[in-house]
Design a protein around this ligand. Structure first.
Ligand SMILES: Cc1cc2nc3c(=O)[nH]c(=O)nc-3n(C[C@H](O)[C@H](O)[C@H](O)COP(=O)(O)O)c2cc1C
Length: 361
């Protein structure tokens, strides 16, 4: 379903080429002043056409708040924001209802919704549906920031080109601040050219490329998370998997921890004044699903953009024959760049929920 959450509920609605898309967030604390310049900044990081590696489909992705706010302050009533759809070219999508795109949701959506799903622009499966998620995240991250919690993500790899990783025990405010405002966010900015060249090479070859995004949440106090099924990792993952093109997530040392010994992986405790900290952060800020007070760090795998312009083999769902497909339309050769602010937004939505769950919001 496109509704999620316990203490705070979020519903995302709309289709890529319908009248509009939007979100309802229910259960937010009242009296939270929201800086809309900051909201627009986050939304423009995700918007197409802002980066030269992104799709040229230019849109005014600005949300119109329909309810739940007065004088830019939350009222406690459901907060609803709508983004109108403009600049759509539905004729590019005509044959996909019959010839599903490999790796996209055309085939599974057709089966699940008996052919009634809106296929135009990917319909409800479109990456465009991440705009309302970024709006919701931009509101949530301001509520969190007021409570000393900061969120930032960066492109940790494109193909096999790697950025540096966060230092799990010491992430500077300056780095968090820079990353949370940039479009092509890297820790080691010297990697940008190489990554851009790889993306451009894929575009020229009518191909696409995947990558990973690493996200850090700093300032969550110890003791947040409700195991077994509403722990830090459960809740973050469940929002993250709502983002199209996400194929994996790992916390802290993640899959690499399976190759370690306990003596390497265990993060030893110490007192920093009155605060318990760990000397390393292989656990990624979560032990038993409960926050340890160390930065929560997770990495997400993003697959290559499904829509590539090369001829591909598919099936004709009407004739029941094998067929060939050539995709037109405007598609990013790499989703990773625009997905960075979406991952941050998903983390903000998850953390707001986790805090509300333990009455710490
Ligand atoms: C920000 C963003 C932009 C996307 N843009 C495209 C795109 O231009 N073309 C495309 O085929 N898929 C794009 N996708 C991915 C598809 O929406 C996604 O692969 C598809 O819905 C199938 O879902 P799944 O990959 O999660 O299985 C985008 C995803 C995101 C997060």
């Amino acid at each position: 379903m496109s509704s999620w959450g316990n203490a705070i509920k979020i519903s995302v609605f709309g289709e890529s080429h319908g009248n509009g898309i939007g979100v309802v967030i229910d259960g937010l604390p009242a009296g939270e002043k929201i800086d809309f310049e900051e909201v627009y900044l986050q939304m423009s990081r995700r918007a197409p056409g802002k980066d030269k590696a992104a799709t040229p489909r230019l849109e005014k992705d600005f949300p119109e708040v329909m309810s739940g706010m007065l004088n830019d302050t939350t009222t406690g009533a459901p907060l609803c924001a709508i983004i109108k759809n403009t600049n759509t070219r539905s004729q590019d999508y005509g044959n996909l209802a019959v010839n599903p795109r490999p790796a996209h949701a055309d085939y599974t959506g057709y089966i699940r919704y008996k052919g009634f799903n809106d296929i135009r622009g990917g319909g409800h499966f479109s990456g465009r549906l991440t705009a309302p998620i970024v709006f919701a995240g931009a509101v949530c991250r301001q509520i969190l920031s007021r409570r000393g919690i900061k969120i930032a993500a960066h492109i940790s790899s494109i193909g096999n080109i790697q950025d540096k990783r966060f230092n799990g025990t010491d992430i500077s405010k300056e780095l968090m601040e820079r990353l949370s405002k940039t479009v092509f966010g890297l820790i080691d900015q010297s990697k940008e050219e190489e990554m851009r060249n790889l993306i451009e090479d894929c575009r020229k070859n009518l191909d696409s490329i995947g990558g990973t995004i690493e996200c850090a949440v700093v300032g969550v106090p110890a003791g947040v998370g409700s195991p077994m099924f509403y722990g830090i990792e459960n809740v973050i993952s469940s929002v993250i998997f709502g983002i199209p093109a996400v194929k994996g997530i790992e916390f802290g040392a993640g899959f690499a921890s399976s190759e370690m010994r306990g003596s390497e992986n265990n993060d030893e405790f110490y007192y920093d004044g009155d605060t318990v900290k760990t000397r390393t952060n292989h656990h990624g800020g979560s032990l038993g699903g409960i926050s340890s007070g160390m930065p929560i760090i997770f990495r997400t795998a993003i697959k290559p953009t499904p829509s590539i312009s090369r001829p591909q083999k598919t099936v004709n769902l009407v004739d029941h024959t094998d067929s060939t497909l050539e995709i037109h339309g405007r598609h990013d050769p790499c989703i990773v760049v625009r997905a960075v602010p979406v991952i941050e937004a998903a983390a903000a939505i998850a953390i707001v929920n986790l805090l509300a769950e333990v009455q710490m919001l």
